[in-house]
Structure formats: structure tokens, C-alpha cells
Design a protein around this ligand. Structure first.
Ligand code: ADP
Ligand code: MG
Length: 247
């Protein structure tokens, strides 16, 4: 696989969308925002406000119509997703149905699954951390929904990229398991210092692991700031409405 210019970056690269506009054919979405290096930023906003689109633009699954996407100061706008220094976990449909848990995680190390000893050790470590030890040989259909999301998380942990994108990956889990997974993300972040952009609908998730907040409204970056300040009332009226305060 060819390496993109930004893929040699150190961990914790800042992410910047410089007047990025994008349209699916209707009203354009416009993102102009800086994500600080080596922080966890929660991205919140009503359904349809553009959260997934924003992450897809950073990952390279969508291409801006104008503006630039910069990772670690490098313009990656023209780089395909396969060479960007990011990894992403989606809300669902993350796994290859015909591959075992171990193979699905192994894809994070090697697309051809030609694994070295070091790869195998990293895979075993990620499976243990996500509570999947003993389930290596299972197929995705033999797992619960929560276990499948843990496999997807294990796969990005073995990739160890400078930027981690999470698009509501734990939305289908119960609160206790969700907290476990969030705490795992926070622990890995504390060790490795990657930049994390984290979409969530749950205010308590943002408060649990988020430092910064980006609030989207109607395809625009409506406000940015510290999570604590947002919840102390400094966020915009639309944010307070969104989380139901004063409703
Ligand atoms: P969110 O993740 O915040 O719910 P999205 O980024 O998925 O929002 O969607 C933003 C807007 O773009 C919405 O109006 C949505 O209907 C529209 N949209 C998203 N994906 C597509 C698509 N593949 N084709 C057409 N419109 C889309
Ligand atoms: Mg979405």
C-alpha cells in the first residue's frame, strides 16, 4: 500500500477543516474548524446536522467540493482514504462476515493478513483489552452486537494511527458496557496521545471522556469550546435545547 504524505506523522496530529464545503446535492454543509492535537473532542448535534459527514471528510470517504482538509498541517484533501493517517469505527456494519474475530482484528495490521509475531502479539493484546479473549475463532454472527463493536474497536487499536474517528460506535451498547468502552478509549488515549474525534448523542459520554466540544447545527459548526464550559451553560442556545436543559 502506498503511504500518503501525512501517514508518517507523529501521533496526536491536529485536524483542520479549512472552509470545507460538501453537498449531497441539496443544501451544502460547510465546516470550518480546528481540532486540537492529542485531545479528545466530542462532536454533538441533532440528527442530520452533518456529524458523520464531517468524519467521512476527515477519513477521505467523501471529498470536499471546496476547501481543504489538513492533518498535522499536511493537506490530505486529494489523498484517498487508504493512505490517510486515520482509523475509524462506525456505528455498525464494521466487520467482514466470513472472517473470524481474530482475522477481522488482524486486518488492522495487514490487509493481506500476513501476520508477523509482533502483529499476533498486538492482536492478542487488543482482544484482551476489549474483553474478547477466548472468542478469537468466532464469526461476527456468533457475537452479540456489543461484542461486534468491541471487535471493531480492537481493530483500530492494533492500527495505532495518529487520528482516531469514532462515529457513535457504542450507541447500541447498554450504559455499563458503554462506559467500559469509553474508559478504554480514554486509557488508550492517555497512553498513546492520538487525536480523537468522537461523535455521540449522549451528553454523559461527552462529559466522561471529552475535553473539547464541537457542536454542529444544520450542516454548520455552530460552536466550539471546552466540554465543561458547554455544560456550565456557555454553549449556544441550540446546544441547551439539544441536550434538553430547561426544556
Ligand atoms: P448526522 O451524522 O449528524 O446525523 P449526516 O452527516 O449523516 O448527519 O447527514 C447530514 C445531511 O446529509 C443530512 O441532511 C442527511 O440527510 C444528508 N446525507 C447524509 N448522507 C447522505 C447520502 N449518502 N446521500 C444524500 N444525503 C445524505
Ligand atoms: Mg451520523
Amino acid at each position: 500500500m502506498r503511504d500518503g504524505a501525512a501517514s508518517r506523522l507523529e501521533k496526536g496530529a491536529p485536524v483542520r477543516l479549512d472552509k470545507v464545503s460538501f453537498s449531497y446535492g441539496e443544501a451544502p454543509l460547510v465546516f470550518n474548524v480546528d481540532f486540537a492535537a492529542a485531545k479528545i473532542t466530542a462532536i454533538m448535534g441533532p440528527s442530520g446536522s452533518g456529524k458523520s459527514t464531517l468524519l467521512n471528510l476527515v477519513a477521505g470517504f467523501e471529498t470536499p467540493q471546496s476547501g481543504r482538509v489538513l492533518i498535522g498541517g499536511v493537506d490530505v484533501s486529494a489523498e484517498p482514504a487508504s493512505v490517510r493517517p486515520v482509523s475509524m469505527v462506525f456505528q455498525e456494519n464494521n466487520l467482514f462476515a466470513h472472517l473470524s474475530v481474530e482475522q477481522n482484528v488482524g486486518l488492522g495490521r495487514s490487509p493481506s493478513l500476513r501476520l508477523t509475531e509482533a502483529d499476533r502479539a498486538a492482536i492478542a493484546g487488543a482482544l484482551a483489552r476489549t474483553g474478547l479473549a477466548g472468542k478469537e475463532r468466532r464469526l461476527p454472527r456468533e457475537l452479540s452486537g456489543g461484542e461486534r463493536q468491541r471487535v471493531a474497536l480492537a481493530r483500530v487499536l492494533v492500527r495505532d494511527r495518529p487520528v482516531l474517528l469514532l462515529d457513535e460506535p457504542f450507541a447500541s451498547l447498554g450504559p455499563a458496557l458503554r462506559d467500559d468502552m469509553l474508559d478504554l478509549v480514554a486509557a488508550v488515549h492517555a497512553e498513546r496521545g492520538m487525536t480523537v474525534l468522537f461523535v455521540t448523542h449522549q451528553p454523559e459520554d461527552a462529559r466522561r471522556i471529552g475535553e473539547h466540544m464541537v457542536f454542529l447545527d444544520n450542516g454548520l459548526v455552530a460552536a466550539t469550546g471546552k466540554v465543561d464550559d458547554f455544560f456550565a451553560g456557555a454553549g449556544p442556545e441550540a446546544f441547551r435545547r439539544y441536550i434538553g436543559a430547561g426544556a
